[in-house]
Design a protein around this ligand. Structure first.
Ligand code: EPU
Length: 301
């Protein structure tokens, strides 16, 4: 979708930068996605006005965070994407509280806090993506998830069309799911973290990194786990037990390292990946009677 000159100059007045004809293939960890215009939201205060402008002009839009947990359709996309560029001064610590911009890198945040003797997030170290994406999905790994540490979130709230501050207790954080509306935009978070000496945190981080390196295809293009684990089960083990490692549709392939990671082994298209997802889901349903739910967010047009 392309934005016209009038809207473009109004966006500029609001401190938002327009980038035309951006390929989302370059902006997603799967290396899959079509093209569209991108709006960089450089001034938080003007986000409500940018949203009103897009609504008034009937311009469909979606918010793209770190691009590490999303599968985007191919070709020219019928919506523009909004993105928060990472800021220089996005993190600070005061006592046991960490204040972090949603655009910050999640792993960078874990290390920043660790160096200031704040732990509790060690398991999240290798999870790729932004802090905002981690908040929205309640990212987790190795027994840690971000939700329980959240004390306050500043966000653009789609329901009111305004910037709001919510308390952590106002939000439901479940397994890879939260009570945020899909159009809410995370801006900044206050986390409360347990104090722990840097050396100890570093030792735990190393253990998590090693476990991850041993079991996940970290050097391949993926969106992490494709399916949520069913209650009490493991999607990866189920798919593996069906002998599907290495199974492919075009260049979309079930990782031969971890069967719940589907990788782009070359030039996979979105439709290849969707076919692979549906095919594997169906095989699991037939074999185990379990309907796997997507963990990856799919943006079909
Ligand atoms: N397993 C297999 N074959 C496989 C993969 C796994 O037999 O190909 C077995 C493992 O041996 C283990 C069990 O299945 O006994 C669980 O595997 P693993 O420890 O790798 O954890 P997982 O449940 O597959 C979850 C998260 C990961 C997170 C890890 C570590 C989900 C969907 N996945 O994976 O998160 O990194 O635990 O805590 O909850 C993600 O969210 O994208 C993600 C990768």
């Amino acid at each position: 979708m392309r934005i016209n000159g009038t809207v473009s100059s109004r966006l500029k007045d609001l401190g938002a930068e327009l980038r035309q004809g951006v390929s989302l293939t370059e902006k997603t960890s799967l290396g899959i996605g079509g093209s569209t215009d991108e709006i960089l939201l450089r001034r938080y205060e003007s986000i409500p006005e940018v949203m009103r402008l897009l609504a008034d002009e009937s311009i469909p839009h979606r918010f793209l965070g770190g691009g590490t947990n999303v599968l985007i359709a191919d070709g020219e996309l019928p919506y523009v994407v909004l993105h928060l560029p990472a800021s220089q001064s996005g993190m600070s610590v005061e006592g046991n509280a960490a204040y972090v911009d949603a655009s910050a890198d999640l792993g960078g945040m874990v290390t920043f806090c660790a160096k200031r003797d704040l732990g509790g997030m060690e398991g999240l170290i290798g999870v790729p993506g932004s802090v905002g994406g981690a908040l929205r999905m309640n990212a987790g790994a190795y027994g840690t998830s971000i939700g329980p540490h959240v004390r306050e979130i500043e966000l653009y709230r789609a329901a009111s069309g305004e910037l709001e501050t919510l308390r952590g207790s106002d939000i439901r954080f479940d397994y890879r799911h939260t009570s945020f509306a899909p159009e809410d935009v995370m801006l900044r978070v206050k986390l409360e973290l347990p104090r722990r000496p840097f050396k100890e945190i570093l030792a735990s981080i190393k253990v998590c990194n090693e476990k991850r390196r041993a079991s996940q295809p970290l050097n391949q293009k993926s969106a992490g786990c494709i399916f949520k684990n069913p209650p009490g089960g493991s999607a990866g083990r189920m798919i593996d037990d069906l002998g599907l490692k290495g199974y492919r549709v075009g260049d979309a392939m079930v990782s031969d390292r971890h069967a719940n990671f589907f990788v782009n082994a070359g030039n996979a298209s979105c439709s290849d990946m969707l076919k692979l997802i549906d095919d594997v889901r169906e095989r699991v349903r037939c074999a185990y009677g379990v309907q796997l739910e997507n963990e990856v967010i799919v943006w079909q047009n």
